[in-house]
Design a binder for this molecule. Structure first.
Ligand SMILES: Cc1cc2nc3c(=O)[nH]c(=O)nc-3n(C[C@H](O)[C@H](O)[C@H](O)COP(=O)(O)OP(=O)(O)OC[C@H]3O[C@@H](n4cnc5c(N)ncnc54)[C@H](O)[C@@H]3O)c2cc1C
Length: 470
């Protein structure tokens, strides 16, 4: 059933070669009075012109602490020498087994990492901290949180001595299961649990590499977690990982979707990495199967985080090709133009657009408006950014979403949902995640500088407002 917001005109027309970075927040949005038939009813529309300006007040939503921390970390990450030093220190701490470098045991290290880095990127150590964070996101306007248990299993760091202990694989699996169950316990209706299969330890890693069936104990644990998520009306994201695991991750996750995404219910999402040359083919494979077998395909679309580890030849040769692939998949799923399935027969799909790329978000958002205004939107996407990253972008999507709802005369229209994504766990548990964020931020200094300029403006506005008594 296509989505339909009524007749909304707007002035963004993007050709595939146009770059719109930085324009997203500056555009004009015009809506025009008309009436339109909608699902048998008549939709009365308003005459309105709204301007989403670059100086939009959307950052008003953010608490002062997160603005200040973004500025401090931004200064750090945009300085080549400081960020190089900081990254080396973080990586050393993450890999060390010494108590001296343990961020939960050495109070000096903890006093630096916890407030400055951990609190910026992670949801919390305890349930109370996480609940506090979730409540804050709710106040800002986010639809929910995507939460994952931060402890990861590093296959490269397999400890042969530990492996000799017969029950070590059982302990790793038990720990992973417990972490996911505790995560679910912190989620509310509509929130999402994100998980990595490799987090379940060496027995699962070995099965993923060899392409075997899921080990029995893991399959049972997974079934219990999915059952609980279903009962709580939560969804589950299965993260995409290194290429050596991905074929098996896809197979196991398709099997979960086949069994749990049925009869209008969607519980499990697989992740597609658009930087892979075969990613479009893979989406088509998922969609073809779902269509033929009568289940719902649910996809989290990312660009891909393992460019420095995976074989380079399987990844698009250029960033532009990755961008085109990402945007192309979004376009075809929103318009219902894939796998030669007729538009009338195009199945329900759930699509979560994970990423911090302004252009992709602007294109997707613009397309949602355009297609919804014509009653031709086949898939309503959801959006998500990582905690501590691209807050201005997240706030703009929230505004855009609220504006769509406000300008739509159909009260039942549900605009795109927007989520924040974060891990939780002890500082040590989240160290590998923090190292990846540091690497990613070092490589995105342009975006950081833009974000810092907006944050500085917002900080000035608040200070000035205080002085003026506003
Ligand atoms: C909510 C969320 C969930 C995520 N989950 C996963 C996950 O499960 N698995 C996973 O792998 N990643 C995941 N990521 C990370 C994601 O894959 C990207 O690494 C990250 O978001 C940066 O990409 P971007 O889309 O934000 O935009 P950008 O910063 O515009 O794109 C950067 C990305 O472009 C690609 N790229 C860069 N240079 C080149 C080049 N020369 N040639 C080809 N491609 C290039 C790389 O993928 C790089 O990460 C997630 C990200 C978010 C926000």
């Amino acid at each position: 059933m296509p989505f339909h917001v009524g007749m909304i005109r707007h002035n963004i027309r993007l050709s595939s070669s146009q770059k719109v970075c930085g324009v997203y927040a500056r555009r004009q949005v015009n809506t025009t009075t008309t009436t339109r038939s909608h699902g048998g009813g008549v939709v009365a529309l308003t005459n309105q012109s709204s301007h989403t300006s670059q100086t939009s007040r959307c950052l008003e939503r953010l608490p002062l602490s997160s603005i200040v921390r973004s500025l401090v970390l931004g200064a750090f990450f945009t300085s080549p020498s400081l960020s190089k030093l900081g990254l080396a220190a973080l990586a050393k701490i993450a890999q060390s087994r010494s108590i001296l470098l343990h961020p939960d045991k050495n109070p000096v290290i903890r006093a630096v990492i916890k407030p400055l880095i951990y609190d910026h990127f992670c949801a919390g150590v305890t349930k109370a901290e996480v609940r506090h964070r979730v409540a804050r996101y709710q106040r800002i306007g986010y639809s929910g949180i995507v939460l994952c248990y931060g402890k990861e299993f590093d296959p490269a760091k397999k400890d042969e001595a530990a492996a000799a202990e017969s029950n070590v694989a059982d302990l790793e699996l038990a720990h992973w299961k417990q972490g996911n169950l505790e995560t679910l316990d912190m989620l509310r209706d509509g929130d999402i649990l994100a998980m990595k299969y490799t987090g379940a330890g060496r027995s699962v890693v070995d099965a993923l590499i060899s392409g075997a069936e899921p080990p029995k104990a893991f399959a049972e644990a997974l079934e219990e977690i999915v059952g609980l998520a279903t009962a709580q009306n939560c969804r589950i994201f299965v993260d995409a990982e290194h290429d050596e695991f991905q074929k098996t991750i896809d197979r196991w996750t398709i099997d979960l979707m086949r069994r749990h995404n049925r009869d209008g219910k969607v519980v499990v999402y697989n992740t597609i990495q658009a930087y892979l040359k075969k990613s479009r083919e893979n989406v088509e494979y998922h969609l073809g199967l779902a269509h033929a077998e009568g289940w719902t395909m649910a996809i989290k679309l990312v660009r891909g985080a393992y460019i420095n580890h995976d074989p380079r030849h399987i990844i698009h040769d250029t960033k532009d090709q990755t961008d085109d692939c990402y945007n192309g998949i979004v376009h075809d799923l929103l318009t219902g133009n894939m796998c030669d399935i007729s538009k009338n027969d195009f199945p329900n799909v759930e699509l979560f657009l994970a990423g911090h790329n302004e252009e992709s978000v602007a294109r997707a958002s613009s397309l949602v408006r355009e297609l919804a205004s014509k009653g031709m939107l086949r898939t309503m996407p959801r959006f998500g950014q990582l905690q501590g990253m691209s807050d201005p972008l997240g706030c703009r999507i929230l505004e855009e979403s609220e504006e769509m709802k406000a300008t739509c005369s159909n009260r039942n229209f549900a605009p795109p949902k927007v989520y924040k994504v974060a891990p939780w766990g002890s500082v040590q548990d989240c160290m590998m995640y923090l190292v990846r964020r540091a690497v990613e931020n070092r490589g995105a200094t342009h975006r950081m500088k833009d974000g810092m300029a907006e944050m500085t403006k917002e900080l000035r506005r608040r200070a000035f407002g205080k002085i003026m008594g506003r």
